[in-house]
Design a binder for this molecule. Structure first.
Ligand code: PDD
Length: 284
């Protein structure tokens, strides 16, 4: 049985209880982060902590994140659950006001803080060689997708729509342009140029995205940050998606159209290799 963290305590997962009045449960009033673990070490930890603070600030949750404290909890959970490869999920909600009310509870209401581990193979999966299939789905999420909130119902519905159509994931569409995947940022490659949507409130500012674009720079690859249409994606030479737990995943089919050769492409492969090398060096 896993040991999880709840509000200062390490407890067996079946003893971790949260109130039915918790704002996270009643209003999806909370934020989260997912940090990847490889060889028992954390990838991109500081990026996740910075984004966590930003998400809290944007929701007007008055809380100062303590990096050292959270680093200790992450490491402790990795050790106690003996995680070699996988993820640490962290969630903070506006806490338990003791009743249901649209107005925020008093500012001194303690947040609910939950962290748990998930074991998952990160390096050397079959996705690296086979790639993923996606279908396009209208993006019906709210207008602040830059905040990493726990209201993930629409991405979950879109993922299921994709699975029903025989695909692995959905690429979400707004006004004919791709925003991102259900839980990843989206990229195409055309004539050697990497194209990915620019940062705004329309997409999550991926920690992996930032690192992968830095890798592209190191490799002297050309990057264009702008929205791209689904038709451009059909006609691309390559496509891929990035996320903490997937690194860079090749996309080999979009709406039934083969992307390029229909196999993972060289740009994505090179980026993945450099991303892993750089981030393993910096892992803590
Ligand atoms: N998802 N876009 C969305 C909508 C996401 O949910 C995620 C992350 C990303 C990629 O961000 P990052 O590179 O920082 O992981 C982009 C996480 C992994 C999840 O929900 O499990």
């Amino acid at each position: 049985m896993r040991t999880v963290y709840l509000n200062g305590d390490y407890v067996p997962e079946n003893e971790a209880n949260v109130s039915i009045f918790d704002r996270g449960f009643l209003f999806a009033d909370g934020v989260y982060e997912v940090t990847t673990v490889v060889d028992g070490k954390l990838i991109g930890f500081d990026g996740h902590i910075e984004r966590l603070q930003r998400s809290l600030n944007e929701l007007k949750i008055n809380y100062k994140v303590n990096r050292e404290e959270l680093l200790t909890v992450h490491r402790e959970l990795v050790a106690r659950n003996n995680i070699d490869q996988g993820m640490i999920y962290l969630q903070m909600t506006r806490g338990n006001p003791g009743d249901r009310d649209f107005a925020f509870p008093p500012e001194d209401t303690p947040l609910t803080v939950v962290l748990f581990t998930q074991e998952k193979q990160i390096i050397g999966t079959s996705i690296e060689t086979k790639g993923l299939k996606v279908v396009s789905v209208d993006d019906l999420r709210w207008g602040r997708r830059d905040i990493k909130t726990v209201q993930l119902l629409f991405p979950s519905l879109a993922k299921m729509e994709a699975k029903e159509k025989g695909a692995d994931d959905a690429w979400l569409m707004q006004d004919g342009y791709v925003t991102e995947g259900t839980s990843n940022n989206a990229y195409i490659v055309k004539d050697g140029k990497i194209i990915t949507r620019d940062l705004s409130n329309d997409i999550l500012h991926g920690i992996t995205r930032k690192s992968v674009l830095a890798c592209a720079k190191l490799l002297q690859m050309e990057v264009e940050e702008r929205p791209f249409t689904i038709e451009e994606a059909y006609a691309a030479d390559e496509a891929f998606a990035t996320s903490a737990s997937g690194f860079t995943n090749p996309i080999v089919e979009i709406d039934g159209n083969k992307v390029g050769t229909g196999k993972p492409g060289p740009v994505g492969d090179r980026l993945r290799a450099l991303y892993i090398a750089e981030n393993m060096k910096a892992a803590i």
